[in-house]
Design a protein around this ligand. Structure first.
Ligand code: PGA
Length: 232
């Protein structure tokens, strides 16, 4: 099974920059990874040759929700994946909203990419296990055996070069697998994300994960090329 590589482009690229990156990406051989590109809504058309994911969605299909974009509408645009619960949005989305989004995505035949992970304060207070369990179980409440992707991304490791050691990643991933087992959830893939780049990818390669979620490195074609070649 190929490893998954999710590219969370966040709000890094203007439309012109996205076009430039796409040109460079077209020269990269991604055949050894299962690549999912999550551009901004405005750049979906640029990356439509790839498997597309959104960075967020709303759980109602239609209605008076100014500024929102529904899972239903994304599905109609051929978007097959959607990130939910990213730490950069957890100050906006409650656990309850995240669960509603997960269910809306599943109802619309999409695969949620559910981000979970402790903050620096959780880590300092040694309550990371408890936090991860709460985030995970609330996000998947009511999910049966629908396909889901879980990305373990401690917020203190995102976007700052503070990535975890291989051992820390393996310990957390094993813990999350145990939590999923306890709920009899089997149809899932488990990723690691947080400051993955070409300088550290070799040190954190592990068969315990099904892939990686990258942010900053996903909009740099050289990083992307290097990382995708490493993770086969
Ligand atoms: P990063 O972002 O790779 O820049 O740390 C990962 C993420 O936020 O999903």
């Amino acid at each position: 099974m190929k490893k998954i590589l999710v590219c969370n482009q966040k709000m890094f690229l203007t439309h012109d920059e996205a076009l430039e990156l796409k040109k460079k990406m077209d020269e990269i051989d991604f055949s050894n990874v299962d690549l999912i590109v999550c551009p901004s809504y405005l750049n979906f058309d640029v990356f439509k040759d790839y498997k597309l994911g959104a960075q967020n969605c709303f759980y109602e299909n239609k209605g008076a929700y100014t500024g929102e974009i529904s899972a239903y509408d994304l599905m109609l645009l051929n978007v097959r994946y959607c990130i939910v619960g990213h730490s950069e949005r957890r100050n906006i989305d409650t656990n309850e909203a995240i669960n509603l989004k997960v269910k809306a995505l599943i109802n619309n035949m999409m695969t949620p990419i559910i981000c979970i992970g402790e903050t620096k304060m959780d880590k300092d207070l040694r309550r990371e296990s408890e936090v991860i369990k709460k985030q995970l179980y609330s996000a998947i409440d009511g999910v049966l055996n629908d396909e889901i992707i879980i990305a373990y991304e401690p917020s203190w490791a995102i976007g700052n070069g503070n990535n975890l050691t291989k051992q820390e990643i393996e310990d957390s991933i094993k813990y999350i697998r145990k939590l999923l087992d306890q709920k009899n959830i089997t149809n899932y893939k488990l990723l690691y994300g947080g400051s993955v780049n070409k300088s550290n990818i070799e040190n954190i390669l592990t068969d315990v994960v099904d892939g990686y979620l990258i942010g900053n490195s996903s909009v740099d074609s050289k990083q992307l090329d290097y990382i995708s070649k490493c993770i086969k």
